[in-house]
Design a protein around this ligand. Structure first.
Ligand code: AMP
Length: 207
């Protein structure tokens, strides 16, 4: 079974993906994370993508499909995957149709204002990638590995605004595209409460 997570940036898709992966074994595929890995390794594709990412713009489709197909060809994906951040437009959804099926789409609702606050306070460990919020964690060192906590280049206000505009214009049309397989939740509550209905839903579908 393949599922897809749709929601504005900062709505908690990554946190939800970790819980679904823990309980159901679906392999999380975040195109944003794949790009960031390539950037960390200073690979050409990653550096090309970074120019778009830093501005909050979508990376061109050809490049995005290249990294997505490479990831999907790995053996662990046979168990079923969970797309996070792909597709982000109707064009990408049409392209995905040619590659694999999407059984269920989980849409996460959170007001844009709250998404902005969450992204502005997000810090990421340079060492292990752990994510923190300055609202609950005031140190600039990771408590897991001692790495330095930094703000993502695209978690600055200008890029955040562009990312949410792109989401609003290009990604929200996917809600109609996938209307026949949509499950909607709100991530206003704490992460465990957000996850509970998703867990019940997926349990029912995986029987
Ligand atoms: P994310 O971590 O999902 O917010 O992604 C960070 C950035 O990576 C986005 O703002 C885009 O620049 C790029 N990106 C991630 N996924 C895609 C995608 N499906 N299509 C195009 N660009 C993407």
């Amino acid at each position: 079974m393949n599922i897809l997570l749709i929601g504005p940036q900062g709505s908690g898709k990554g946190t939800l993906a970790k819980k679904i992966n823990r309980d159901f074994g679906l392999v999380p595929i975040s195109t944003g994370d794949l790009f960031r890995e390539l950037i960390a390794k200073k690979e050409k594709l990653g550096l090309e993508a970074k120019e778009y990412m830093d501005k909050g713009l979508l990376v061109p489709l050809e490049l995005t499909l290249k990294i997505l197909k490479a990831r999907l060809s790995q053996p662990d994906c046979k168990r079923g995957v969970m797309f996070d951040g792909f597709p982000r437009s109707i064009e990408q959804a049409e392209a995905l149709k040619e590659i694999t099926n999407v059984d269920w789409v989980i849409k996460i609702d959170l007001p844009y204002e709250e998404c902005i606050n969450r992204m502005l306070s997000r810090r990421v460990c340079k060492g292990c990638g752990a994510i923190y919020s300055t609202t609950t964690y005031s140190s600039d060192t990771c408590e897991k590995c001692g790495g330095k906590l930094v703000q993502r280049d695209d978690d600055k206000l200008d890029a955040i605004k562009t990312r949410l505009e792109v989401y609003d214009k290009q990604t929200t049309p996917l809600i109609d595209f996938y209307a026949d397989r949509l499950f909607v939740i709100s991530s206003q509550d704490d992460p465990e409460d957000t996850y509970k209905p998703v867990k019940d839903f997926l349990k029912g579908k995986m029987k």
